[in-house]
Design a protein around this ligand. Sequence first.
Ligand code: PMT
Length: 220
Amino acid sequence: SEKQDLSGRRILISAGGTREPIDPVRYIGNRSSGKMGYALAEEAARRGADVSLISGQTSLTAPACVNIIKVETAKQMQCRIEEKFPDSEIIIMAAAVADYRVEDIADQKIKKTAETLTITLRKNPDILFSLGQKKKNGQFLVGFAAETQKLLAFAQDKLERKNLDMIIANDVSKKNAGFNTDTNIVKIITKDKNVEDVPLMTKTALASVILDRIILYFDR
Ligand code: PMT
């Protein structure tokens, strides 16, 4: 039988990539498939948690027994996450949130007349940063860091700057790791600067390891 070590725990998970519209038919997106976040949601629900999954666009089907809310843009994701945040004990941000959105979304489809086209981007809110500011005792905040260089240094900087309890450092330049793969390779870094190298494994297996580590630290 399955372990029910997350029984009744209220867990909030984000997954997938956001889409930032350019005009009615185009958007700026990223390569996140949602697999990592969905694996975490599925595994947490299997272990008895009360899971809310805030999901960007993906082709995955919603895991069983998970309360799923689908969003498109970073601002929509922020709104739905902030609604659920005060009532959540464990929060895991696996989503690839767009750092910038299109400043002026065109009302009509942009015609291909000019030889060059300039689109001005405006910085999006950093959802995880604002959660770190609002975090209360009894809330455990986990971020991801997708990096192509200086993995440990950049991830550690995000952990501190965003006031996280744990960060999952993801070298997305590695083969079979990161965006749109069934497997991943990560480092789990905690607030007390413990670094654990997690070797190549499926995102489902990794989800289980991440939840094991969260339980270990959350219950302290
Ligand atoms: O979905 P898959 O195809 O399975 O791929 C998994 C993944 C590579 C997307 C996942 O493992 C991952 O690394 N997710 C985080 C991707 C990311 O956007 O990382 P970042 O280093 O840019 O952001 C750091 C953290 O801040 C993340 O937890 C991110 O969710 C959060 N963030 C970022 C920007 C922003 N505006 N708001 C945020 O909350």
